[in-house]
Design a protein around this ligand. Sequence first.
Ligand code: ADP
Ligand code: MG
Length: 394
Amino acid sequence: MKVLNQSINPPAALGVLGGGQLGRMFAQSAQAMGYAVWVLDPDPNSPAGQLANRHICAPYNDAEALKLLADNCAAVTTEFENVPADVLRQLGQVVPVAPSGDAVAIAQDRIVEKEFLQKGGVAVAPYAVIRTTDELHVAQSRAELFPAILKTARLGYDGKGQVSVKTADELAQAWQGLNAVPCVLEKRLPLQFEVSALLARGWDGEVAHYALAQNVHREGILHTSTVPAPSASNELTATAQQAAQKIAESMDYVGVLCVEFFILQDGSLVANEMAPRPHNSGHYTQNATLTSQFEQQVRTMTGLPLGATHQHSPTVMLNILGDVWFDENDQQRNPDWAGVLRQVDSFVHLYGKAEPRKARKMGHVNFVGKRMEKVVERCEEAMKTLGLSGGVND
Ligand code: ADP
Ligand code: MG
């Protein structure tokens, strides 16, 4: 594997696999530092492709496209975990790749991921692997796993590829409904709250932790992240951060890593999943820390010193889904961004997606301030302006 033995200086080109919003925000940070950005994504109008110095519009396993990327980029990263890990491994033979194909291979398969976490001594939800009819029957007989959630081992995101199952019969149906692809059946745990630990790790092993984020989901999609996590004690924060660091170190990870945790009713901590890239719950870093998670991604892959991760202001990040482009009669409308920005110290980030669809991530708004109470209040006012029901925590 190609390792970096000296830092990469601008105006070198950096490559990114994937052209979604995470790639776009990576590109913005890289370009701000003077790098050129090459994006590989099959979508002709992807959020990152739109502002790349060069957009290679091709499938992720297109040999010519990968050669072009490797020949022209000083280092390569990825913005999502569903690129074929072997593509990253191949690229890693000729150009420094961070995170590595091996790390991405773990994070892109829930079966491998759970085994890896457990081996590292990190607790996970009780689960069963279902790849065959025999394994289905074994899972059906494990009464302690129900009620449960059936999750596809691969390619799930934002609650997609997940079915809630109450009984053994429902499980059989649900698995058929998912075309009998490899899955994990996870016991549905009584959650007190959810947090995520975000860190950056450099080629030299230096680690920088961000504050712990507390995450609220709506229908399987992140709704808000509140940082620092209001429900987490210092001890819990340290435990989560240490677990995340241990995970990173055992993969010899280079890049930005996020580990999602469940906090159960009894206060214990269970790892849910990890993302080998910047994470939605880390978007707050753009406005509440000196170094955003995207700049950190640039610094890690180029071998530059990591930036300060200290959080200067309490924050709430509100995800903006396509739903706010539709009124109660399903008529399309333009969200009132001016109304949102009337809340002081609020920052709108939109991803340049042409078509708003319900449940599609279109952007986010960061609210910062001196006192968390005020920040929450302003976020909830903005939610009203956008026609969103409920509050930050529900
Ligand atoms: P995704 O890849 O879509 O983020 P997750 O596995 O993280 O999928 O699940 C999304 C959300 O669903 C979690 O953040 C949590 O709110 C809920 N969830 C998932 N698994 C469980 C579980 N075993 N028990 C309780 N809630 C769960
Ligand atoms: Mg998740």
